[in-house]
Design a protein around this ligand. Sequence first.
Ligand SMILES: C[S@@+](CC[C@H](N)C(=O)[O-])C[C@H]1O[C@@H](n2cnc3c(N)ncnc32)[C@H](O)[C@@H]1O
Length: 196
Amino acid sequence: MANYEYIHEIKKFGRENKIPILLDDTLEYITEILKKIKPKRILEIGTAIGYSAICFSQYLAEDGRIDTIEIESLRVQEALENIEKVEVTDKIRVLEGDALEILPYLHEEYDVVFIDAAKGKYIEFFEQALRLCKTGGYIIADNVLYKGMVQSDYNKHKQRTAVNKLRNFIDIVLENKDLKSELIDIGDGLTVSKKL
Ligand SMILES: C[S@@+](CC[C@H](N)C(=O)[O-])C[C@H]1O[C@@H](n2cnc3c(N)ncnc32)[C@H](O)[C@@H]1O
């Protein structure tokens, strides 16, 4: 049996150590989608300490599973410890490495693909997400408004490249005719796309 009471401790550790884990309102929004569709398979790009994956695992269908990818070994270690503590090792598989290298080797179909890693690579992640998401499934990307910078006209900051790439990403998502997409101004900005 999973031990979800540790979630608060994991969240506290994340916030105190400035690890960019999901914001509460964003988590709430995604949770509503998960409750509605009861996913069997979720793919997450960007595990960090496993907080979001552990939260999501509560809403999986019976025998459901999450694959989550993380590039930093310290984070992988922390995520594995947390997953063990919550006793959800049978529900969450952590894949260590650069998602851009791992994704082409995945060939399953996922009900939900959640993109929450390097902002400069969202377009590449999205191409793989499109391939891996099943028809009727969801592709969700977090932090697409990047602290308000994506929708402001000020563009002389050091994050300019990431901001421009995110603007491009949003256009690509919203214009894709195979998806029904929304840009939601919640948390740090979320795109939610249903694959038609
Ligand atoms: C925003 S955090 C993820 C937070 C997590 N989803 C949560 O809410 O609990 C982003 C994570 O993506 C990882 N990351 C960045 N680029 C990556 C890549 N190319 N492949 C895999 N992981 C990556 C970072 O090391 C970081 O831990």
